[in-house]
Design a protein around this ligand. Structure first.
Ligand code: NAI
Length: 358
């Protein structure tokens, strides 16, 4: 298993592996960049098929977090952690506390939070061993980020619809949502309130039944939800949904959803562009949750928090405009913007150091 020559290694600052014999914890923490602040990102627990798969996931996710925080204007770097194991069978108190010790051993270079396979309660268990946690639902550390994530994605969909159709509302539009969990359910509600007809699927039938009963979401098959003849497709389940095959089957003009790392490979952003599909980069539109976490830690006012989340709409509008103008994928434009922000920070820091040295 290679690290420095791994295709997903992207100048990461730190990749740490931990094996705790007593609890059985096998985990990796990756900090991609701490240029703008400590690496902040969730802890994912998943029964990875191989160690290579786990490493690839943590490398890609931590890099995405760097871009997400930079584009959102947050004082955070990019980090992520993974625990190799089945969250339904292998999660124990001892394992979570050992993970807390692991996070603590990095002395604050990485701050953890909930993610797929971990809950607020799990992060609270880790917090018994380290203060380097975010997203606990108490006043000190903030609560569930999903409503803000859903709101950011909703704003992204509105910006994309305005760009493509020149419309300011979602009236008469058809939108399909894959995954009606924490984010997807709330997104569906916002879309319906704004006039859209929403189709949705969830492999957990209790979630799709609830969305149908409470919101009027029209249930569809999980295998078809990404390929319906709708205006917008919103992936809100797992990553890597867009590859050569799935892109060729897409029938929507806009893709905008919360799931992280939706593109299976970097080429898939260009594939979407060449098919004339407006792809809204996930790390840009799903930043509402981390913006929320930041403002809760700062105890900001609701209006400051909302104004910050609303910037997702203007940043995305700029990305879509530049992508059309330069004929490059929206993913490349958004990454370039994030890298510019990071370089700006490098310049500021080097300038400051020179000043201090003088
Ligand atoms: P969640 O676990 O609450 O919901 C995901 C839902 O997708 C579950 O109900 C699951 O049954 C369903 N699902 C899984 N595979 C599916 C498939 N093939 N077809 C249909 N449904 C499927 O997760 P949450 O919090 O709603 O997050 C959704 C996505 O957004 C994840 O990729 C997450 O990483 C990402 N995200 C979430 C944020 C948040 O604030 N919760 C922040 C940024 C990104």
């Amino acid at each position: 298993m290679s690290i420095f020559s791994n295709p997903s290694f992207s100048e990461h600052e730190l990749v740490a592996f931990h094996n705790d014999r007593q609890s059985g914890l096998k985990a990796i923490i990756a900090v991609h960049s701490s240029e703008l602040g400590p690496g902040v990102g969730g802890c994912r627990m998943h029964p990875y098929g191989s160690e290579e798969e786990a490493l690839l996931d943590v490398l890609r996710l931590s890099r995405g977090m760097t871009y997400k925080s930079a584009l959102a204007g947050l004082p955070f770097g990019g980090g992520k952690s993974i625990i190799i194991g089945d969250p339904h069978k292998q999660k124990t108190r001892a394992l979570l506390e050992a993970m807390g010790d692991f996070v603590h051993s990095l002395g604050g270079r990485y701050i953890t939070a909930e993610d797929v396979g971990t809950s607020v309660a799990d992060i609270r268990a880790m917090s018994q061993r380290t203060p380097y946690v975010a997203g606990l639902d108490d006043n000190e550390h903030g609560g569930d980020p999903s409503p803000s994530t859903a709101y950011g994605v909703f704003l992204g969909i509105r910006a994309a619809v305005r760009h493509l159709h020149g419309k300011n509302s979602l009236d008469d539009l058809a939108i399909s949502v894959q995954g009606l969990g924490h984010v997807g359910f709330r997104l569906a509600r916002l879309l319906i309130e704004d006039g859209a007809t929403v189709y949705g699927a969830d492999i957990n039938t209790a979630n799709s039944e609830r969305a149908a009963a409470e919101l009027g979401v029209r249930p569809v098959n999980s295998d078809e939800v990404l390929f319906l003849p709708v205006d917008v497709v919103a992936p809100c389940a797992m990553g890597a949904v867009w590859n050569q095959d799935s892109i060729s089957r897409l029938r929507a003009g806009i893709v905008c959803g919360a799931a992280n790392n939706q593109l299976a490979t970097p080429e898939d952003g260009e594939r979407l562009r060449r098919r004339g599909i407006l792809y809204c980069p996930d790390f840009l539109v799903n930043a509402g949750g981390i913006i929320e976490a930041h403002h809760q830690r700062q105890s900001s006012s609701d209006s400051d928090r909302l104004a910050h989340i609303t910037r997702i709409e203007t940043t995305l509008a700029e990305v879509l405009r530049l992508s059309g103008e330069r004929q490059v994928s929206t993913e490349s434009v958004a990454e370039e913007m994030a890298e510019d922000i990071l370089r700006g920070s490098f310049r500021a820091r080097d300038g400051a150091n020179r000043y201090l040295a003088a």
